[in-house]
Design a protein around this ligand. Structure first.
Ligand code: DX5
Length: 230
């Protein structure tokens, strides 16, 4: 079981990367000190955008060591679950909104030997995961409506983040609380104060392409100071 991160965990969304140089971009993220890379998997149905499949992830897996999480923003995640694991993802995150049999899907991920995450769109209540926390290693609270990078952070999600932190605290298990969407220097403190301990960052990180390690250090410091103050 993964321990709750003692320090804020920073995850890079791959969405803003140069897809013509994915291997180099991921190596740069690894060298800058990112804790994990998030593959934003989109099918053009669940979200109005289309991105990568497992073969692309498997290609990049060969050139970096940092952990991968697959964020499945897809209408039907079950048919390809094994493929993300074979591609080298240590975490697979499904959306509660796309899993009629969420308990069964999470149990399957556990059988496949990966950590299981559940993502919640802004309008989806936390109750969607209340009865499956025994199978969950990560709850992902979306702080934008998924589909595109560069959107504004929804600060109205901070009450939901705090509710999730309380629910996880009562579960008595090591469950990461990740936020995703519009996370940057102006929003990470609020998300951390609300209880998030893992932060998925896209545009705000790639905007500092030439000073990524410094930006990561700044973001980590902002999150740490806020967690301490919470
Ligand atoms: C949104 C994606 C997010 C997004 C994060 O649909 O799931 O991961 O790319 O990017 P920023 O940080 O630019 O909002």
């Amino acid at each position: 079981m993964q321990p709750i991160p003692s320090r804020p965990r920073l995850v890079a969304s791959i969405l803003p990367a140069d897809f013509a140089r994915l291997g180099e971009e991921c190596r740069a993220l690894q060298d800058a000190g990112i804790d994990r890379i998030q593959w934003d998997v989109m099918d053009g149905a669940f979200v109005p955008n289309l991105t990568v499949g497992p073969d692309v992830i498997a290609s990049v897996r060969r050139v970096v060591d940092v952990e991968f999480e697959a964020h499945l923003m897809v209408q039907r995640p079950e048919p390809l679950l094994e493929r993300w694991v074979e591609a080298g993802c240590e975490i697979v995150i499904v959306h509660a909104e796309t899993c009629v049999h969420l308990h069964r899907t999470l149990a399957r991920l556990r059988e496949l030997g990966v950590r299981a995450g559940v993502a919640l769109n802004p309008a989806t209540p936390l109750s969607a995961v209340a009865h499956v926390l025994d199978l969950v290693d990560l709850v992902l609270v979306m702080t934008v409506n998924p589909g595109f990078g560069g959107q504004a952070y929804l600060s109205t999600m901070e009450s939901k983040i705090a509710e999730a932190a309380a629910l996880i605290g009562r579960a008595g298990r090591a469950i990461e609380l990740e936020v995703d969407g519009g996370i940057g220097p102006d929003s990470i403190a609020g998300a951390a104060r609300a209880g998030a301990n893992t932060f998925c960052i896209g545009s705000a990180l790639f905007r500092s392409r030439d000073a990524m390690s410094q930006e990561l250090a700044r973001l980590r410091q902002l999150a740490t100071a806020s967690e301490d103050a919470a």
